[in-house]
Ligand binder design. Structure first.
Ligand code: PMT
Length: 210
């Protein structure tokens, strides 16, 4: 049966001043592959994406955002219409507490910026948005991959978490391939290294089976 997917993708940009921002190495390839694969399989897809230089996959409803706060608002608005939500975006955990109207001047040898926590969008899905569909998170880890991903699975109320080791150069951020483990409450299913599109088909198949 055809479903409605909501997928988050890409990095967020957190402004430091009018000309600078804080971001991360996410290219959006993983989230766009998921969106493209789901659309190709005939599902309806809402893709909420941070700034990426990728072509939007054919047939998806595209919602561009810049900051974590904007992504939060977009997910809040659209998630209720979806059957399956997959959070592949690399959302900044913190943003500058104050964003000046003018460019920060080079006045001292050091610069201290205070950061405040961004909302946890995935963590809000069940508890704040009351989402009852199938919920799939990602876990980007550099150590204790499975253990840390399992904590995220429980804490964020996911049906499963897609865990990847982002310390590796050949997979994860900005690579066309990934190697992931699907972390379920009762078991772990490792998927071999593959093209992100092929992995997306596998992830979608597991999501549809829940
Ligand atoms: O975009 P690519 O270059 O293809 O790279 C793919 C990827 C490495 C970005 C992707 O495979 C991946 O791991 N995405 C999740 C990145 C991440 O931020 O993971 P995390 O472990 O910090 O966060 C856990 C989960 O909570 C994620 O589903 C994340 O989307 C979500 N989250 C995190 C923080 C926040 N404030 N809100 C969130 O929704």
């Amino acid at each position: 049966m055809k479903k409605h997917f909501l997928i988050t993708a890409g990095p967020t940009h957190e402004p430091l001043d009018p000309v600078r921002y804080l971001t991360n190495r996410s290219s959006g390839k993983m989230g766009y592959a998921l969106a493209g694969a789901a659309a190709h399989e005939g599902h309806r897809v809402t893709l909420i994406s941070g700034p990426c230089e990728l072509d939007v996959p054919t047939g998806v409803d595209f919602i561009p955002v810049e900051t974590a706060a904007e992504m939060y608002e977009a997910v809040k608005r659209y998630i209720g219409k979806s059957d399956i939500a997959i959070f592949a975006a690399a959302v900044a955990d913190y943003r500058p507490a104050h964003v000046p109207d003018q460019k920060i001047k080079k006045t001292g040898d050091t610069l201290t910026i205070e950061f405040i926590k961004n909302p946890d969008i995935l963590g809000s899905a069940r508890e704040v948005f009351g989402y009852q569909g199938t919920l799939i998170g990602f876990a980007a880890e550099t150590e204790n991959v499975e253990k840390n991903a399992r904590v995220k699975l429980q804490k964020k109320g996911c049906d499963f978490v897609v865990a990847n080791d982002v310390s590796r150069k050949d997979i994860g951020f900005d690579s066309s391939e990934n190697e992931v483990a699907l972390i379920f409450a009762e078991h772990t299913e490792p998927l071999p290294k593959a093209d992100k599109y092929q992995l997306s088909l596998d992830i979608i198949e597991r999501a549809l089976a829940i």
